[in-house]
Design a protein around this ligand. Sequence first.
Ligand SMILES: [Zn+2]
Ligand SMILES: [Zn+2]
Ligand SMILES: [Zn+2]
Ligand SMILES: [Zn+2]
Ligand SMILES: [Zn+2]
Ligand SMILES: [Zn+2]
Length: 254
Amino acid sequence: MRGPRVSGASVTRAAVCVASIRSVRSPGAPGPLTLKEVEELEQLTQQLMQDMEHPQRQTVAANELCGRCHQPLARAQPAVRALGQLFHIACFTCHQCTQQLQGQQFYSLEGAPYCEGCYTDTLEKCNTCGQPITDRMLRATGKAYHPQCFTCVVCARPLEGTSFIVDQANRPHCVPDYHKQYAPRCSVCSEPIMPEPGRDETVRVVALDKNFHMKCYKCEDCGKPLSIEADDNGCFPLDGHVLCRKCHTGRAQT
Ligand SMILES: [Zn+2]
Ligand SMILES: [Zn+2]
Ligand SMILES: [Zn+2]
Ligand SMILES: [Zn+2]
Ligand SMILES: [Zn+2]
Ligand SMILES: [Zn+2]
């Protein structure tokens, strides 16, 4: 007579991801003012000396060139100070649409000024609502979201700062909803095999091509909990039944 076969069980863990948050660029401060104002104080204090040493002062210093056209800025001419440089008013324009930005809110992008509309066009769009993300951006599963737009596709609960799991179509689920929908069912109690509330992972026993809760993995006849190891306390299956060694031997003899 052949001895009972022992079956090893494997254990699978379900991993979860956590969304990360990063902040996006904030607008630059509008900074129109005249070169005259900028240099008024300096002029007052240096007037006398300059008059004596350079009575016909025609040249301008290198730092008084327009940041866009690199031509000199005339002293009496209004100028815009922005991005650490001075510009002719006509030269301080949106990098994209070339509209003048003097007196307007503008945004700095890689050192160049942009009007609000063009800057908004450069922003990433929310994967859920399609609107540009101007404040905080949540990046998850390779896509950008408004934090309030990254929600469970089943219960619509916001998932910012919590654990979530994506399905095969990359759609985010809160952990309970994911498991309710996709978790394997226990072949003994038919309940989904999912983490306890507050836990991120669970243990599933796989044996005889069936899934079991750890607590449900026990002998069908005597109820003795079975080891997942292929040892004497493991499963000794008979005709697809999960049995302990003793009950296997008992059934095999009848
Ligand atoms: Zn210029
Ligand atoms: Zn523009
Ligand atoms: Zn959105
Ligand atoms: Zn949910
Ligand atoms: Zn069970
Ligand atoms: Zn038993």
